[in-house]
Write a protein that binds this ligand. Structure first.
Ligand SMILES: *Cc1c(COP(=O)(O)O)cnc(C)c1O
Length: 392
């Protein structure tokens, strides 16, 4: 019996090492990894620039408290603000912590502005924001809340991506709107830029803050550093994590100076957040992702991948209902039981992950090549043939 708390239903697979887009079991079986540690391994496995950054930092300094200045933290925060809407950054260790910081910041903004009664946050159907008590309340999924006592108060879920529904949900206690511009866990749902822009307008009209959860969609995943950058508006606060560490745990809450006015010394903290090891890797990830042409290349390769998947969909209409997504966050909505489809794909040597709405999620490393797409398509094709035979 495993001594691990059984909160995950795990596959019978244990990996020993990885290189680029591939992971290997101890007995040498190779898998093409389009699960990406669920959107974490943004630059694949064992990227030499990341490995060097971590090793170099490991020889110098692992950890000091946030009571002191941390050079890598100053640098990463500066670079994130230069490349985005933000003026300031708080570092944590995970996506949920980044979202928690965002929620606390929005509440504190209104308290510091003389409206402490404004603490409620508008959220959306099929959202995912993490597994802490506040973030499961924000996500609002019954399966995540059940049995954990009263949900943290102050979240109002809107049932639809509709500006009128959002307006109707706003009251005198509303502090902010919280949304993923592309829902990952919820089933790779790409929200319309016009809808997202209307949220910006609604927030401005009501003096409330717009928070984006880009924990999954950020750091190049959609072909832009952050997905909002392709939608023609800017948020007040943004949660980032996953791909930012390329596999090293990091979370970051980005904000405008205005939105962060309440977050003064002593209002928030994290022991490990912004740790020198994490910052070294985060800076190394940005070295690559912000390199000239890198994100254009992701967008270009994404079109190729989507075309190939569309052709697969045409060939197997009885299994594949729709191909959707942006950049390297791609969903294949299927008509068969999701577990069976993903099992079939993994058996053919390709790692993919489930998402809501019966969607197979593909999260290739941003460094994946077109040849690797061809290999992935061959795996998918074999899996589809196998699944079709089983149906007959
Ligand atoms: C994964 C995810 C989170 C939670 O991140 P953790 O690092 O698991 O805490 C929050 N929001 C979104 C959109 C995510 O995809």
């Amino acid at each position: 019996m495993s001594a691990i708390l059984p909160t995950y239903a795990r596959y019978e697979l244990m990996f020993d090492h990885g290189k680029g887009s591939y992971v290997f079991t101890r007995d040498g079986k190779r898998y093409l990894d389009f699960s990406g540690g669920v959107a974490v391994n943004s630059l694949g496995h064992a990227h030499p620039h990341l490995v060097n950054a971590l090793k170099e930092q490991a020889d110098k300094l692992w950890h000091v408290s946030n009571l002191y200045q941390i050079e890598g933290q100053e640098r990463l925060a500066h670079r994130l603000t230069q490349a985005s809407f933000a003026d300031v950054v708080f570092f944590g260790n995970s996506g949920a912590e980044a979202v928690e910081c965002a929620i606390k910041m929005a509440r504190k903004y209104h308290a510091a502005s003389g409206a402490p009664e404004r603490y409620r946050v508008i959220t959306f159907e099929s959202a995912f924001h993490g597994r802490t008590l506040a973030t499961i309340a924000a996500g609002g999924q019954e399966k995540h809340l059940e049995g954990f006592g009263p949900a943290v108060e102050g979240f109002d879920k809107v049932a639809g991506f509709d500006a009128d529904l959002v307006r109707a949900a706003i009251g005198p206690q509303t502090a902010a709107i919280l949304i993923e511009p592309v829902q990952g866990e919820g089933g790779v749902r790409v929200l319309e830029p016009t809808f997202l822009k209307s949220l910006r307008q609604i927030a401005d009209d009501h003096g409330i803050l717009l928070i984006l959860d880009e924990v999954q969609s950020g750091i190049g995943r959609t072909g832009y550093l952050y997905a909002y950058q392709n939608a023609g508006f800017e948020p007040d606060i943004l949660a980032s994590a996953k791909g930012l560490g390329g596999g090293f745990p990091i979370g970051a809450c980005l904000a405008t100076r205005e939105a962060a006015i309440g977050m003064t010394a002593g209002t928030h903290g994290s022991t490990f957040g912004g740790n020198p090891l994490a910052m070294a890797v985060g800076n190394a990830v940005l070295d690559v992702v912000l390199e000239d042409g890198f994100l254009e290349d992701v967008r270009h390769k994404s079109l190729i991948l989507k075309q190939k998947l569309a052709a697969l969909g045409d060939e197997f209409p009885e299994i594949i209902e729709q191909i959707r997504g942006e950049g390297f966050l791609i969903g294949i909505k299927v008509k068969l039981p999701l577990g069976e489809v993903i099992g079939g794909i993994i058996n053919e040597g390709l790692l993919a992950v489930p998402a809501g709405d019966n969607v197979v999620r593909l999260l290739p490393p941003l460094t994946a090549s077109v040849q690797e797409f061809d290999e992935a398509l061959q795996c998918l094709h074999r899996a589809m043939v196998g699944l079709s035979l089983k149906q007959d």
